[in-house]
Write a protein that binds this ligand. Structure first.
Ligand SMILES: O=P(O)(O)OC[C@H]1O[C@](O)(CO)[C@@H](O)[C@@H]1O
Length: 408
């Protein structure tokens, strides 16, 4: 991806001008209000033994830095989950220019906040490997139990009954859609609180490449699902994975975060815990997935690229090799922002042209509900339709969704 013609990154300062668009105000509000609230929620739920003065004071200072546009600092910890070795060279590009939380790219500082939080937790020796989002992840799973029985179990029956090639395509299509709308359940949008999920329908799609997505999955030999949130979303994703394993001959690898970030994002240790939670509630699904793991047809891989601040066109060599023969499903808004480099693309930029310019793998599918002012692949007509129904928040409320697909 050539640097010279790229649009500007989204920044918190975009939201400061008097005529700022609502989505730019949202960016500013995320840094100055919603992210500090996420940290309030972390402190409120932190086990008492980890609430030492250095931890609490460190998190309070971090909140103040975000609100006041303080300059960014290098990460100091040497731990793998903070990842200062790969982060600091990237941060230095912005620190050298004296940039702060509001002037550096939003994508960089949002990811950086989670690393700083993990670093603050290291001020308590017992909390160095603690997942500060564990309590809300489990709360989200409990809240998803009703949907599991009411909508995911029946969807699995649709998959089980898909015998003809037409029915197979319909079943893949249905599980793709369910996985997309599962992305509405997002704890960073609700500032760390478990909120009710609205659901969503086909007419809330502003981009719809489901036909290509189904074709890609039908002929894939290797599928990578880059997971996003815990709770209902990961349950929907596991139903999609199960349908791929049952309806196609592909193997599946779940790519997860190497550290807890964005409140509810799935990490390596979460996967067996989710399967264990599923066991008594939907045993057929839990057992089939465990069997696929035992057979080597379902794997899990964590990578630090997914908790860094780089864009997908800067993919490290080992992931490029993983992606080369695979159809990659990118789940959620943050993975989509990473794909787009979190830049101010014109919303009608052609997705296929964009993907072709740097994506070297076999195929790419994005399943994203819209929770930030970064987007492409939306026709003028669809923009107008969504904007006239929801003028202030069509881009940011998660009401609308995109299924985007590219086949090399
Ligand atoms: O969980 P998702 O879909 O990746 O969404 C995370 C999104 O939530 C937000 O934190 C909401 O502001 C965005 O910054 C981010 O893109």
């Amino acid at each position: 991806m050539p640097d010279k013609d790229l649009p500007e990154p989204l920044r918190a300062s975009d939201g400061l001008s008097a005529d700022a668009a609502p989505e730019d105000v949202f960016t500013h509000d995320t840094i100055t209000n919603r992210m500090p609230k996420i940290l309030d929620s972390v402190l409120a739920k932190l086990p008492a033994e980890f609430q030492t003065a250095p931890v609490v004071e460190g998190v309070r200072r971090l909140q103040e830095e975000m609100r006041s546009d303080a300059q960014l600092k290098f990460l100091m910890s040497g731990s793998a989950r903070v990842g200062s070795k790969s982060w600091n060279p990237h941060l230095s590009e912005f620190i050298e220019k004296g940039e702060g939380w509001h002037t550096a790219p939003w994508w960089l500082v949002e990811n950086y906040m989670y690393k700083r939080l993990l670093e603050e937790l290291e001020n308590c020796a017992e909390a160095t490997s603690y997942d500060p989002f564990e309590p809300v992840k489990f709360q989200a799973l409990e809240q998803a139990e009703e949907s599991l029985q009411a909508s995911l179990a029946p969807l699995m029956d649709v998959v089980a009954e898909a015998k003809s090639s037409e029915k197979v395509k319909d079943a893949l299509d249905a599980t793709i859609l369910r996985s997309l709308w599962g992305n509405q359940a997002d704890l960073s949008l609700s500032a760390g609180e478990v909120a009710a999920v609205k659901g969503g329908a086909v007419d809330s799609l502003v981009s719809d490449h489901r036909g290509v997505a189904v074709e890609l999955l039908s002929s894939a030999t290797d599928v990578i699902v880059v997971l996003d949130n815990h709770g209902l979303e990961v349950l929907c994703d596991l139903v999609l994975v199960d349908s791929i394993l049952r309806l196609t001959t592909a193997s599946v690898t779940l790519h997860v975060k190497d550290a807890p970030v964005f409140v509810s994002d799935v990490t390596q240790k979460d996967v067996p815990e989710v399967l264990q939670w599923l066991e008594p509630r939907l045993p057929v699904l839990a057992e089939r997935l465990k069997q696929s793991q035992a057979d080597g047809r379902l794997r899990v891989k964590a990578h630090d690229f997914y908790t860094g601040g780089r864009a997908f066109w800067e993919l490290p060599q080992d992931l490029q090799e993983d992606y080369a023969e695979a159809v990659v499903i990118l789940k959620g808004d943050a993975n989509y922002r990473r794909l787009l480099g979190d830049l101010h693309w014109p919303y009608d930029t052609d997705f296929v042209d964009f993907a072709r310019s740097f994506w070297k793998g076999k195929g790419l599918i994005c399943l994203r509900t819209m929770k930030s002012g970064v987007a492409l692949g939306i026709s003028e007509g669809e923009q107008n339709r969504a904007k006239s129904a929801h003028p202030d928040d069509w881009l940011t409320s998660g009401t609308y969704g995109q299924v985007l697909a590219f086949q090399r």
